[in-house]
Design a protein around this ligand. Structure first.
Ligand code: XIL
Length: 368
């Protein structure tokens, strides 16, 4: 009896077929056969969802990758080139060049672009926290929102107006994160940010983006409760929030997605009138076996568990991975490099072959 590995070697299957054959569950022939024609962009669109990926303008110089990105993605989000440390390195000095390169590329391929992110406690220029805390002038936030949204008006699918403002572990009754924004302006900074965004663009989709709703631990329960309570109360105050962004950073060998709790949470989010986006999906594959095919399978299973639930909810309008190929991921540390580990967190491998995670996404879209 030939082992599967011997069989594959004997048949010298293409990388795509190898990845397919290594998967734990059968693919519907239509997706397998359509491999060359179908893409995550087309499969998602058939479900009425836009699929895309985070990208950096430096990646577009890799022509092989750029072509694959244009095929697989229907929307892009700047991984870092629309963050304030890149956009406003010094007060009043703006550099939009990186993001503009991505916007041009997206336009050439008929893609949308997400705006990530306007107000966050991280990736800020060093001068900003000091200025906010010394001057306590909320125009340091609202003027920035107005300037950046005006620059990209009519080019952005949806804006992550505020990112990661909820952290029950910080111990506040309202579950908000103790950031320099909150310390300077109080909880109302979130409302003010969304009102400033709405004033800058009356029709833009305004998103609250965060992470922590996927697993079933008590911390996740607290995050889901705090997020729902914040959203319900903000909407009741007339805060113009259109959608919730779930970052979707998962762990292949860590806490599993709790499908029941996640589904119930998403039903509650839909019930208060919000749309849902998966904004930064990837699956950390550290901590498991060293064999790449075993890691790939665990990554695919985690992704499938998550996407099946998210896509079952009709309020879901977009799914973006936090990168499309492992090619641009770098081992987090020397120990991993010495062990030969390289991250395999994304739908395509470093050679741009479709991995089991690609097929998991494809199956989720095809069967939603
Ligand atoms: C990270 C990017 O991957 C880095 O390239 C950048 O330097 C810092 O931000 N949550 C978020 C993302 O909302 O913006 C973060 O992305 C990852 C955590």
């Amino acid at each position: 009896m030939l082992s599967r590995r011997t069989l594959l070697k004997t048949l010298s299957l293409t990388p795509l077929a190898r990845a397919t054959a290594a998967r734990a569950w059968p693919l519907r022939p239509s997706v397998l056969d359509g491999g060359a024609r179908e893409s995550l962009r087309t499969l998602a669109a058939r479900r009425g969802v836009v699929f895309g990926s985070a990208a950096g303008s430096y990646q577009l110089g890799d022509s092989e990758f750029a072509a694959v990105l244009g095929r697989e993605a229907g929307i892009l989000v700047p991984e870092y080139e629309l963050k304030r440390n890149l956009i406003e390195p010094s007060p009043g000095h703006y550099d939009f060049s990186g993001c503009e390169t991505l916007v041009k590329f997206a336009r050439n391929f008929g893609m949308g672009v997400r705006g990530h992110t306007l107000v966050w406690h991280a990736s800020n220029p060093a001068w900003l926290p000091d200025a906010v805390q010394s001057r306590r002038d909320s125009s340091l936030m609202t003027d920035y929102i107005g300037t950046v949204m005006a620059r990209f008006k009519n080019n952005i699918h949806s804006w992550d107006v505020v990112n990661e403002a909820i952290a029950p572990g910080d111990g506040r009754k309202d579950g908000l994160r103790n950031s320099f924004w909150l310390e300077a302006f109080g909880p109302a900074f979130i409302d003010d940010a969304f009102h400033a965004a709405r004033a800058a663009d009356p029709v833009a989709q305004l998103v609250y983006n965060d992470w922590g709703c996927e697993a079933g631990a008590p911390d996740n329960d607290r995050f889901r409760a705090a997020t729902l309570s914040f959203l319900e109360q903000a909407l009741a105050r007339g805060v113009p929030i259109d959608a919730l962004g779930l970052q979707g950073h998962l762990a292949a060998f860590g806490a599993k997605v709790d499908q029941t709790k996640l589904a119930r949470f998403l039903d509650d989010v839909k019930a208060i009138g919000l749309r849902i986006l998966v904004t930064e999906h990837d699956v950390d594959d550290t901590g498991g076996p060293s064999a790449a095919d075993e890691r790939d399978r665990a990554v695919a299973d985690a992704s499938r568990r998550f996407l099946d639930v998210v896509l079952a909810n009709r309020a879901t309008v977009a799914v973006l991975s936090w990168g499309l190929s492992d090619r641009f991921l770098h081992s987090p540390g020397l120990r991993q490099r010495l062990s030969g580990y390289s991250p395999r967190m994304l739908p395509l491998d470093a050679e741009l072959n479709r991995k089991p995670m690609w097929h998991a996404l494809a199956q989720s879209f095809a069967q939603a």
